[in-house]
Design a protein around this ligand. Structure first.
Ligand code: ZN
Ligand code: ZN
Length: 289
């Protein structure tokens, strides 16, 4: 029954009632309870996405959590800045599509990051707390990485064009603007020396990356002769039975390749049977050993 019909019915019943009073009663009923509430919820829900979209698309594939400092690779995949940065220390491939990513081929998007943050903030307190604690982790990481003073002769960590952290030395500081430094890569030919902006994310305090044992770093390259010496040394260790080596990982890099070799031992056979070669690479090894 419509409100109008209800009103008519009630009016008939209340023969002697004050018509104006009844009208007022129903007009009050017609009024919406809270216009302010509607307005507030409309503002809040301008970008309300359906739940499934939030769950699937606003989360980083690496940490399974909401994007923190939303970062997009040139192949179009998105991660938290720190998750991607950390991943690229160990592998130079996109975790989603395996496209090769070297150098800083990814950008931070402020707009989307702000949007995600706004979504997290209107969600539960648990998400908000988690988001802020992760934000602090990122802040601390940045503080550890940031170089405060640049002086000629200082050593630092520097990310090279192959996306490998190296130890570098400051040779020059550009006097005019003082925002560029000339870096020499320790132990490498001076043809690799380069100018880098002091604000570049490719710079870090000494040892933050180059002291790590769990990331890709340059190792002295093994030529065939050296490899034989090394294998004989490993054989000796095995014969001594004092130590047991399960595998040896060696890495070799040049301009177009990033080869990681794992030599795996199978018990106590002779050296020729002992090592099987496993190669993780998308290219051939013709010119490697
Ligand atoms: Zn992440
Ligand atoms: Zn990708």
């Amino acid at each position: 029954m419509s409100l109008n019909q209800e009103y008519q019915k009630e009016l008939k019943l209340a023969k002697f009632a004050d018509e104006q009073l009844l009208k007022t009663k129903f007009i009050t009923k017609l009024r919406k309870p809270s216009m302010k509430h509607d307005h507030d919820s409309m503002i809040q829900n301008i970008f309300k996405l359906d739940g499934q979209f939030i769950e699937k698309n606003l989360k980083c594939r690496l940490c399974q959590d909401y994007f923190q400092k939303f970062t997009i690779t040139f192949c179009g995949h998105s991660f938290c800045y720190l998750c991607l940065f950390e991943h690229l220390l160990k592998s130079h491939k996109c975790p989603c599509c395996f496209t090769k990513i070297k150098g800083l081929q990814f950008v931070y998007c402020k707009t989307i990051d702000g949007f995600i943050q706004s979504q997290v903030i209107v969600s539960s307190q648990k998400h908000i707390d988690n988001y802020h604690s992760r934000k602090n982790v990122l802040k601390e990481w940045k503080a550890k990485k940031k170089i405060k003073n640049f002086n000629i002769g200082d050593s630092l960590d520097v990310l090279d064009s192959e996306h490998i952290w190296c130890v570098g030395k400051i040779l020059k500081i550009k006097q005019k603007k003082r925002n560029q430094i000339l870096i020499h890569y320790q132990g490498q030919n001076k043809i690799y020396d380069e100018y880098i902006s002091i604000n570049s994310p490719r710079l870090s305090t000494l040892g933050l990356f180059t002291n790590r044992k769990d990331i890709l770093l340059y190792q002295p390259s093994l030529n065939e002769e050296l490899l034989q010496i090394y294998l004989r040394y490993l054989e000796q260790l095995q014969n001594n039975e004092t130590s047991f080596i399960d595998y040896l990982i060696s890495q070799r890099q040049n301009q177009n390749q990033n080869l990681i070799f794992a030599f795996q031992s199978n018990g106590r056979n002779t050296i020729s049977n002992l090592f099987s070669l496993i190669i993780y690479n998308n290219q051939t090894i013709n010119d490697s050993f």
